[in-house]
Design a protein around this ligand. Structure first.
Ligand code: AHG
Ligand code: MN
Ligand code: MN
Length: 357
């Protein structure tokens, strides 16, 4: 035990006194669920939890055994305490009703129980993402109660299950990181008030989708790849872990930009990541750390949701790079990037399929 250090419990109790302890109690239950998941994930192949099930979730994705087990872990840890009006998750088609034997409160918990779950079979970092809202009164939540813009989140956080397990949280006053001390079982505040540098030379995107991106994203990535020889005049580095939690964590630790932009791969999906339990919590964490989080055409947290599992384009991280991408989207939308199709700048002609008239 590290005497004198701040535990997650102490931190959240101090930060939530105004909510009469209810929000603090809920967060302590979320932390307990995270410890259960951390132990489950760390057993790896020894537990027989690897592999896929026959089932698919509402989004048509094949569920892994761990997707279902980690979802259950959060439901069981958080349903009984009387703080919640309901829960919603990537792995459940509809919101979860708090069983009648338990009291209901006014908070709503939405989560992705295991983000990047395909990485668990190959022993690469995975995570849990969550977000907390409030209704004005206690009682069972209806679907509409969940469809609130991210700007109304009270708490956002994730756990990362990597070489160490960490929880990173914001309650609206900065973004703070806690590391699990496996010997004492406590989360200890190790990264107070994390700040994302405004500039970066590191970008993360799945470039196998390049042909499906919109021109402003193609322009941005082309310029990064051109490095010193291009308009940016500096070399860039690229990373792609395929676990959003791990990418966001890297960005919080040392800056960078992460993109899962709008693409034309499947026209019914305006992006890959889900607004309520992936994009919104990460956006709040990044903004609270001084970074920016955008769809390319506005703040993610300002998007009005119209469905529980709605997807959204995500561009987040170091502020100056996110703002550059927003500018490229504006230039594209109003046609002012059109000079780039001039023969003088022939190498940038990919930003338009054909010159505008
Ligand atoms: P999930 O495992 O919860 O479905 O989410 C995985 C997400 C995200 O973590 C990651 O950035 C992205 O999907 C990876 O997508 P690709 O497989 O297209 O790279
Ligand atoms: Mn996910
Ligand atoms: Mn998931």
């Amino acid at each position: 035990m590290q005497f004198g250090r701040t535990t997650l419990s102490k931190f959240v109790i101090e930060q939530t006194r105004a909510q009469h302890g209810e929000l603090g109690a809920l967060l302590i239950d979320v932390a307990a669920a995270v410890k259960t998941i951390s132990a489950m994930v760390a057993k790896g192949a020894l537990a027989g939890h690897h592999g896929a099930l026959d089932s698919t979730n509402v989004q048509g994705e094949v569920q892994k055994k761990l997707d279902v087990l980690t979802n259950e872990a959060i439901l069981r840890h958080c349903e009984w305490g009387g703080q919640l009006a309901g829960m919603a998750s990537e792995e459940m088609d509809d919101p979860y009703r708090i069983p009648e034997q338990y009291p209901r409160g006014r908070y709503l918990l939405v989560f992705d129980p295991l983000d990047g779950s395909s990485n668990s079979d190959v022993n690469v970092s995975v995570g849990t993402i969550f977000s907390i809202f409030a209704r004005s009164t206690a009682g069972h939540a209806e679907l509409d109660d969940y469809l609130r813009p991210g700007a109304e989140q009270l708490v956002a956080g994730y756990a990362i299950y990597g070489p160490s397990t960490m929880m990173v949280l914001t309650l609206g006053t900065g973004t703070h990181g806690f590391t699990l001390d496996r010997e004492s079982g406590n989360f200890i505040l190790t990264h107070a008030d994390i700040r994302v540098p405004a500039d970066t030379n590191e970008f993360a995107i799945n470039t196998s989708n390049e042909r499906f991106w919109e021109p402003p994203v193609q322009r941005y990535v082309t310029e990064c790849k051109a490095g010193k020889t291009g308009v940016r005049g500096t070399d860039f580095n690229m990373r792609w872990i395929a676990s959003m939690v791990a990418e966001v964590h890297r960005i919080l630790m040392r800056g960078g930009i992460f993109m899962y932009p709008k693409d034309s791969k499947d026209p019914s999906k305006p992006g890959r990541l889900r607004l309520l339990y992936e994009a919104n919590p990460m956006a709040m964490l990044i903004e609270q750390a001084g970074g920016a989080a955008s769809t390319g055409r506005g703040r993610i947290v300002d998007v009005q949701p119209n469905a529980l599992h709605q997807r959204v384009p995500v561009i987040l991280g170091s502020k100056n790079e996110v703002e550059r991408l927003e500018r490229y989207h504006r230039d594209f939308d109003d046609g002012s990037d059109r000079p780039f199709v001039s023969p003088l700048f022939a190498e940038r002609s990919l930003f338009r399929d054909e010159p505008r008239t």
